[in-house]
Design a protein around this ligand. Structure first.
Ligand SMILES: [Zn+2]
Length: 135
């Protein structure tokens, strides 16, 4: 059985547990990029790989989801064992903006910046995407 990792859809504000590795069963706390692509079963958007320690906000928690999306787009992933000693990722958008500015070398900034609206897999179709918000 493959270990499962959290993948989020920022449109539907839900998280799914999916396999991230193709051949390895190594459940790495520091895995920051999934080897597999998954699509949201609700809306068809490519899911965002969040890192092992991501805890999904409630679907109705729009503020927390905006912060999560902003951190993800800024390259942060919820990686690590939790004992790295770096400041915890914030839960509000205003705090997240300040956090990203203040911590350019944070240990959990594991990826280059990426736009959610541009994270597209081959199975993704543009027909379900309309009214996308910039920023
Ligand atoms: Zn979705």
């Amino acid at each position: 059985m493959q270990p499962l990792y959290p993948f989020a859809c920022f449109e539907c504000q839900v998280t799914f547990q999916r396999a991230a590795r193709i051949s390895s069963n190594d459940y790495s706390a520091w895995l920051s990029v999934s080897e597999r692509n998954h699509v949201c079963p609700n809306c068809g958007h490519a899911l965002a790989f969040m890192g092992r320690n991501f805890r999904s906000p409630n679907r109705q928690s729009n503020k927390q989801w905006r912060a999560v999306r902003y951190l993800w787009e800024s390259g942060f992933r919820y990686v690590g064992s939790g004992s790295h000693g770096a400041p915890a990722l914030p839960e509000s958008l205003s705090a997240a903006r300040q956090f990203v500015a203040d911590h350019p070398d944070h240990v959990q900034k594991a990826c280059p910046p990426q736009r959610w609206n541009e994270s597209i897999t081959p199975r993704y179709t543009t027909s379900v995407r309309s009214g996308a918000v910039n920023g």
